[in-house]
Design a protein around this ligand. Structure first.
Ligand code: SF4
Ligand code: SF4
Length: 118
């Protein structure tokens, strides 16, 4: 199942790129929201904004990304398989992949037209 063509990868690309880890902290403090200098959270993706790039597509080892979208169920199946690998090689409970977030123009920045490959 692929989602309707929106962008090939559903990640939110910020000025720090999309290869990132996040966490949560619960605190009783007031923090003003960060400015959002965009109209659509997908607009930094070259595929969404210019029908260009697509470098994340061949990075996926299980073909969970194509030009129609991101098959999250296929992605999840692969993530769950990685749990055994992580336990064996790194000794902790968890799962992960993220190959589609590295080695791509949006890895650590908002990609520009210079990154285009098609
Ligand atoms: S690699 Fe290219 S097509 Fe894939 S999410 Fe990043 S900018 Fe979009
Ligand atoms: S996280 Fe891994 S399995 Fe999921 S879409 Fe990205 S490359 Fe594919």
């Amino acid at each position: 199942m692929s989602f309707p063509k929106e962008t090939v990868c559903a990640d939110w690309i910020t000025s720090f790129g999309k290869a990132m880890h996040t966490g949560s902290v619960v605190a009783r403090v007031h923090i003003p929201p960060s400015p959002r200098p965009y109209d659509d959270h997908r607009e930094s993706c070259l595929f969404f904004s210019r029908n260009a790039c697509g470098k994340c597509i061949p990075r996926c080892p299980v073909q969970a990304i194509d030009d129609k979208g991101h098959d999250k169920l296929q992605c999840l199946k692969h993530l769950l398989i990685t749990a055994d690998y992580l336990k064996t090689h790194f000794g902790f409970e968890g799962y992960g992949c993220g190959l589609c977030q590295t080695g791509v123009p949006c890895e650590s920045e908002i990609p520009t037209g210079a990154n285009r490959i098609r």
